[in-house]
Design a protein around this ligand. Sequence first.
Ligand code: FES
Ligand code: FES
Length: 150
Amino acid sequence: MILNVNGSRHEVEAGTRTLLEVLRDDLGLVGAKEGCGIGMCGACTVLVDGKPISGCLTLAEQVPGKEILTIESLEKNGQLHPVQQAFIDERAFQCAYCTPGFILSAVALLNENPNPSEDDIREYLSGNLCRCGSYQNILKAVVEAGKRLR
Ligand code: FES
Ligand code: FES
């Protein structure tokens, strides 16, 4: 099957594997992480047609023909995406295991709603968990990224 990942078409033999497994094991895109493996933590978040989904719960065979974006797609010509830069500037991580998932969810949120309230941000990112408890700085980073993108 052909998967459209980060703007390129990739021929893969996915079998019954998850999208997360195919991205990591076949395409070498290891930004998306396996945390819980059961759809509870958001570490495996990728965007499919602009929406955050759990790569650990999605079979690769469900997504041919869709536009799949991983964290690796955000930096362009050596320039970080404003959401990535805001996470660095606001120190919105400690171990960073959760960070790619949070950033992709934040990108999707800001595409849908360029000026979200803090409650909107908490609600939209509620599927992403941070074991290090960096929530306050993550919130600040998303607010700041929104300002920079507007
Ligand atoms: S690893 Fe997919 S939601 Fe936790
Ligand atoms: S920074 Fe460690 S899990 Fe979020």
